[in-house]
Design a binder for this molecule. Sequence first.
Ligand SMILES: C[S@@+](CC[C@H](N)C(=O)[O-])C[C@H]1O[C@@H](n2cnc3c(N)ncnc32)[C@H](O)[C@@H]1O
Length: 213
Amino acid sequence: MKLNWTERLVVSNPIRLAIQHLEINWFQSIMPLEPGAHILEIGCGRGVGAKLIIEHFQPARLHLLDLDVRMVERAYDYLSSTANHRLSFCVGNATALPFEDESLDAVFGFGFLHHVSTWRSSLKETARVLKVGGIYYIEELYPSLYQNFITKRILAHPHHDLFNSQELRDALIEVDIALNHTFELKRFGILGVGIKTEKGAAANVSIECRLKI
Ligand SMILES: C[S@@+](CC[C@H](N)C(=O)[O-])C[C@H]1O[C@@H](n2cnc3c(N)ncnc32)[C@H](O)[C@@H]1O
């Protein structure tokens, strides 16, 4: 689901940028990647996350994908001074990723999954394109933040099959992604680092660091 104008404002301000700075530092401290990885960012928005990914993870190739062509154009402009030969831009749907099975080292998703009404299909696709041992870096919000009395009136989100912590964790295990590290703000949202496992092995991976505030 594309953003309405209110949420375009929400994700286009310096506070959002500062939050993503903190998050990428956390991701890197928890699970750094060797330079030269092949990475996808789903729901790239205006490209702020992609720039941080480039600075912190030095990928050989970074694919940026978003459902909204205007967002992809903004990302293209935002990253025009960055190493463009390493970037590819794609208008596409998280539920039908245009990448081969097990072709990517890492996938990033900053706050996009709760916009996808068929979010389980998106997780399935994410797992499909990740190599075994590949990493899923995820930042997500829960309904109490984006579907409360105020936000449900001003933001546009799916209304059915919403996920909180447990639904998300169960769905990740279902697609063979083991959430290995998490930082969770009770009912508000989660930062997580997941590892794509062999089939059926995700439930057996223990969580090494779970911070809950
Ligand atoms: C809340 S914004 C987050 C943007 C950016 N990642 C950030 O953190 O600032 C969610 C983004 O996901 C995109 N999006 C929503 N549904 C999508 C889908 N099914 N496939 C790909 N992108 C999608 C929207 O167009 C939007 O750019």
